[in-house]
Design a protein around this ligand. Structure first.
Ligand code: CAA
Length: 241
């Protein structure tokens, strides 16, 4: 029987590419989204992948949503914590709201989701947790004190949980994408993107969402069973770690 994969923020950008790649690899996939009904409906219509609306900052909503998916598809074997937002601002202009929104979604969201499926993975002695962090969690980024802090936190979460999961055949890994051609990156002011960011990428281009999705498919597979607590970077040579 095919395994069940849940991808947060799975209807757009990198998440949509991961949902589709897992679907194409034979998994039963559910994708969550927080706000954009139109994009989610269109994604479902094109792919047939089930879409579910809730906010990963809401622990109870995560529990209810996951229970419904498990009723429909079966236990979640693979969780991809991809949902993320930016609220970029120079620190001297950053509001508490911008700070908390990003920390709540990009870091606490991982607790809220993973905590709901963790016991089941332990009971069944199998699990794959794949956390989408960022190059900016590794190197820090001006204008992103909130985002960089959350994404660096995701890496600590990954490494701690990998140690807890190892004896139960649950792997926990992080992917650190560099700048990928998604709406999130294309929202960066054009001048900043063209003059400050792309010139820092040795391969000379933004990454493709599918280039990240293929890593997620590998980490989800049985072939990746000896990889845990790892951070896989895919950033076009922008940062070597
Ligand atoms: N790299 C290098 N320099 C940058 C920069 C970046 N990413 N972002 C801003 N700067 C520079 C600007 O070019 C500018 O320099 P000059 O004055 O010499 O021209 C200076 O910082 C101030 O920037 P702004 O004039 O734009 O200041 P602002 O207050 O109007 O806006 C900002 C600040 C909101 C941070 C805006 O510059 C911005 O959005 N920058 C992009 C930040 C960024 O890289 N975000 C990543 C989003 S994608 C993502 O997060 C996905 C992922 O995981 C990689």
């Amino acid at each position: 029987m095919s395994r069940v994969a849940l991808v947060t923020g799975g209807t757009r950008g990198i998440g949509a590419a991961i949902s589709m790649a897992l679907h194409n690899a034979g998994y039963k996939v559910a994708a969550t989204y927080a706000g954009n009904d139109e994009k989610a409906r269109a994604f479902h219509d094109v792919t047939g992948i089930s879409v579910h609306k809730w906010d990963v900052t809401d622990y109870e909503a995560c529990g209810k949503g996951i229970a419904k998916i498990e009723d429909d598809l079966g236990h979640v074997d693979i969780l991809v914590n991809n949902a993320g937002i930016t609220r970029d601002a120079m620190f001297h202009k950053m509001t508490p709201q911008q700070w908390h929104e990003v920390i709540n979604t990009n870091l606490t969201g991982l607790f809220n989701m993973t905590h709901q499926v963790w016991q089941g993975m332990r009971d069944r002695s199998f699990g794959r947790v794949i956390n989408i962090s960022s190059i900016n969690g590794q190197k820090g980024q001006m204008g992103q004190a909130n985002y960089s802090a959350a994404k660096a936190g995701d890496l600590g979460f990954t490494k701690a949980l990998a140690q807890e999961g190892a004896a139960k055949n649950i792997t926990v890994n992080a992917i650190c994408p560099g700048y990928i051609g998604t709406e999130m990156v294309l929202a960066v002011p054009e001048k900043v993107l063209n003059e400050r960011i792309i010139p820092q990428i040795p391969v000379g281009r933004l990454g493709e969402p599918e280039e990240i999705a293929r890593i997620a498919v590998f980490l989800a597979s049985d072939d990746a069973g000896f990889i845990t607590g790892s951070t896989i970077t895919a950033n076009g040579g922008q940062l070597f770690v």
